[in-house]
Design a binder for this molecule. Structure first.
Ligand SMILES: *Cc1c(COP(=O)(O)O)cnc(C)c1O
Length: 419
């Protein structure tokens, strides 16, 4: 996408902005004004209706649960924020419900969305059906083939799934196609972006919809543990569960914030192949522009975006939200990374110790507890830790079995029963 316009609005330090083609500006300006009126000023009771849907349809508030076995293992008090218990099985519904409702308040009758692993597409399709609005989802051909169950889930909710055959057929191309559709059909269409990325006001708006996570968690930990936590840990792909879990704690200077990125199979990059074997854009990225915002990106020396990798599809993205880039740059958020192997082991550990099957994305946050034990950050993690379990892992079982077998991880369930 060409960069023809830049606006100071919505910048987080040097990150963010509106690097979009001129044709998209009317859509962005209309959205910005609707966001300010309905979300920030609660015009027509928008936020009250949003909270009602989060409660009645979504099942909020989600519990904050003390993880007894993990607490014993690490000799710290570990609390889990259970976004895996939100309807749909991940935090993504918070944002999807907010944006689909906003589209209705804006008088739109059609939703478009991009999806990578299919989680955001599924959440959007659910929200669109629930609120009675048409939904089309763009998805790369490669992703369609490797995420079949989510394609069926979307179609079950009557969403159209449009395959994108350009490039590598994954999330990056799907986002470009969705922006193109939005620019063409802005009269009746809203683009529900899936994370705290894209041009302003998306990063700020998506954060506001996800902030319900930390709004609840901050009250819950004070009720249950009698004080604020020493640290909050969340995985980071684009960073929406991350910003959601951090937002209400950012002003609490004594609360450390850890963003756990996907370290994949290692942090080195292959310039010649245009590949990064990881998705750690906060930890290793360089400043650049992607999908309408200036942020930290995985890119080659000459500024080409590198393909990212993670065993977890939801973390597999070359960029990261601009606010998170800013908070990392200024030292408020500590970016750390956890590799594929450690994430897989954490998946099994939580399943066995606590009876919770976490999403592979969330497993990165869980894995960090183990990694921190012998690291410099151990003290900073402190005695009272909140970990955001962004989603449940049923969707990942096939991948986990296959990848665990490959690695000879012996805590994986035996498949002998099928033979
Ligand atoms: C999509 C997804 C993520 C990553 O997205 P963020 O915007 O970084 O939160 C994390 N966890 C789960 C369960 C997801 O589905």
């Amino acid at each position: 996408m060409s960069e023809t316009r830049f606006d100071e609005d919505g910048k987080f330090g040097e990150y963010g902005g509106q690097y979009v083609p001129e044709v998209l500006m009317p859509a962005i300006e209309e959205l910005q004004s609707a966001y300010e009126r309905y979300v920030l000023e609660n015009e027509d009771g928008f936020m009250d209706e949003f909270r009602r849907h989060l409660r009645d349809f979504g099942g909020r508030p989600t519990p904050l649960q003390r993880a007894d076995a993990l607490s014993e293992r690490y000799d710290r008090d570990i609390y889990l924020k259970r976004e895996d218990l939100l309807h749909g099985g991940a935090h993504k519904l918070n944002n999807a419900l907010g944006q689909v409702l906003l589209a209705k308040y804006m008088g739109k009758d059609r939703i478009v969305a991009e999806t990578g692993a299919g989680q955001h597409g599924t959440a959007t399709a659910m929200a669109a059906t629930y609120l009675g609005i048409d939904c089309e989802v763009y998805m790369g051909r490669t992703d369609i083939n490797r995420q079949r169950p989510n394609v069926f889930r979307m179609r079950t909710h009557d969403a159209e799934v449009n395959p994108v055959d350009v490039g590598s057929g994954t999330l990056k191309e799907a986002i470009n196609e969705t922006m193109r559709d939005w620019a063409t059909n802005v009269e009746n269409t809203h683009y529900v972006i899936g994370s705290v990325v894209g041009p302003h006001p998306f990063p700020q708006m998506v954060r506001d919809f996800q902030a319900v996570i930390s709004d609840e968690a901050r009250k819950q930990i004070q009720e249950q543990a009698g004080r604020l936590p020493d640290s909050v840990v969340a995985c980071a792909g684009g960073g929406s569960n991350t910003m959601g879990a951090f937002h209400e704690f950012v002003g609490d200077g004594d609360v450390s914030l850890f963003a756990v990125e996907a370290g994949g199979s290692g942090l080195a990059i292959d310039e010649d192949e245009g590949l990064a074997p990881h998705s750690a854009s906060l930890s290793t990225g360089e400043d650049g522009v992607l999908h309408g915002a200036r942020t930290k990106l995985l890119q080659s020396r000459d500024g080409q975006i590198l393909e990212s990798h993670s065993v977890s599809a939801g973390l597999d993205y070359s960029g990261v939200g601009p606010e998170l880039a800013h908070l990392a740059e200024t030292g408020r958020v500590t970016p750390v990374s956890v590799g594929d192997d450690a994430a897989l082991e954490a998946f099994h550990r939580l399943s066995k110790l606590e009876g919770i099957i976490p999403a592979l994305e969330s497993s990165h946050a869980i894995a960090y507890l183990e990694e921190a034990e012998n690291s410099d950050e151990s003290d900073e993690l402190g005695d009272l830790v909140v970990v955001n379990v962004s989603g449940r892992g049923d969707k990942d079982l096939d991948t986990v079995i296959e990848e665990s077998e490959k690695r000879g991880i012996d805590t994986a369930p035996s498949m002998e029963v099928f033979e």
